[in-house]
Design a protein around this ligand. Structure first.
Ligand code: FAD
Length: 352
């Protein structure tokens, strides 16, 4: 395994649990320090377009989360998402949005149309200006730090080894498999999974596959205390065809509320710089949805690996016995258990 982000960890856990000998090499000094460290912790339901791989894997991953978190002892809060409109002008468009979601979700996740009063019964913090919306069941928020640490510990209990501070610089193929050349010496493997997040495009090139280049997409989030929110709240319309779902107001598992993320191009893959303009954009978009403001306690940012195909790329090179996970942008946290299941199938086939 190359990379100990949430995706690499989910794969390592799954493979080690199934009895395979797993070594995880990670360039940072600990797990979950890449894209995984700068995210919002939402277990999503709606990812557009519905026909995409990321949309399907997110729905599958979502359904696997209760079992995974129970098994690992990680906090997962389930809640509905309220996709709302302010003012009466957009209300007629809601019926079309409702049908679109209902068809796309195929009854797997319950969706209802509701007026403002019904929505406020579910979420008393909603502002009076919210006139109607859609309720989508099955969302959740997860303790990401807890998930990362438990996935690592459980993988180790299954016999997996982690080597930190170990960057893969090149790779070569041998009849027996692949040799990874790293800053801490060579690692020989019968099979390799590239889960290198923002750098998975470079790593896949080293493994002999050109799967396109990743763009770094910066997302800023603001964290508030003093808001007793119990549902995910997002304004409609959702970003159909855009590179973001548009962000939301999110009750985190630690009792704070996360607002965001935004999306703009980052200066580089390491760029997580943010400023007051980002907070102003977030407050301008989301504050009118709530009747209370809360206290801003923290602002943070993460950088997404925006995929050249606008979808997850799961590339199985049967001959080389490698799997490249490239462009695992949002909702990669949600999809992680389903990605792990897919990878396990591929690795089993490669090793047959
Ligand atoms: C702002 C933002 C908000 C998000 N919110 C959500 C959300 O609410 N819900 C959701 O489902 N998803 C969300 N996501 C998406 C989610 O965070 C990612 O899809 C997921 O974290 C990707 O995990 P990963 O393991 O693929 O990547 P990473 O976490 O980046 O892990 C890859 C690892 O590989 C290591 N690595 C890289 N190159 C090398 C190398 N050459 N050698 C060794 N190691 C290497 C890195 O150091 C890193 O630790 C969000 C993303 C962002 C940026």
């Amino acid at each position: 395994m190359i990379g100990a982000g949430v995706v690499g960890l989910a794969v390592a856990f799954r493979l080690s649990k199934s009895g395979l000998r797993v070594v995880v090499v990670e360039k940072e000094e600990g797990p979950g320090m890449g894209v995984t460290s700068g995210q919002a912790g939402v277990i999503h339901v709606v990812q557009l377009p519905f026909g995409s791989l990321k949309s399907r894997l997110a729905r599958e991953g979502n359904r696997m989360y209760d079992g995974l978190c129970r098994e690992l002892g990680v906090k997962l809060d389930r809640m509905p998402a309220l996709l709302v409109v302010r003012g009466w002008v957009k209300v007629p468009a809601l019926a079309a949005a409702f049908l679109y979601l209902k068809l796309g979700l195929r009854g797997e996740f319950r969706t209802r149309l509701m007026r403002g009063r019904g929505l406020r019964a579910l979420e008393p913090l909603l502002a009076d200006g919210v006139k109607a919306g859609l309720v989508v069941e099955g969302y959740g928020t997860v303790d990401v730090a807890g998930l990362v640490s438990r996935l690592k510990a459980a993988s180790e209990e299954n016999g997996a080894r982690f080597v930190f501070g170990c960057r893969v610089t090149a790779a070569s193929r041998t009849p027996a498999g692949v040799v990874l050349h790293t800053t801490r010496g060579d690692v020989r493997a019968r099979s390799v999974v590239n889960a290198a997040g923002l750098y998975s495009d470079d790593v896949s090139l080293s493994l002999g596959r050109d799967l396109g280049r990743l763009d770094p997409g910066l997302g800023v989030m603001a964290v508030y205390s003093g808001l007793d929110l119990s549902c995910v709240v997002a304004p409609l319309p959702l970003g159909v065809g855009k590179r973001t779902k548009g962000g939301a107001i999110i009750p985190a598992t630690d009792g704070t509320v996360i607002v965001g993320p935004t999306l703009r191009m980052a200066a580089s893959k390491d760029d997580v710089a943010h400023n007051q303009d980002d907070v102003d954009i977030l407050e301008g978009k989301f504050a009118p949805l709530l009747r209370a403001a809360g206290n801003l306690v923290r602002v943070y940012a993460g950088t997404r690996p925006l995929s050249p195909t606008r979808d997850f790329i799961i590339d199985f090179d049967r001959g080389a016995r490698t799997v490249n996970l490239v462009g695992i942008e949002s909702p990669g946290l949600t999809a992680a258990p389903a990605i792990a299941e897919t990878v396990e199938r591929m690795i089993r086939e490669a090793l047959r």
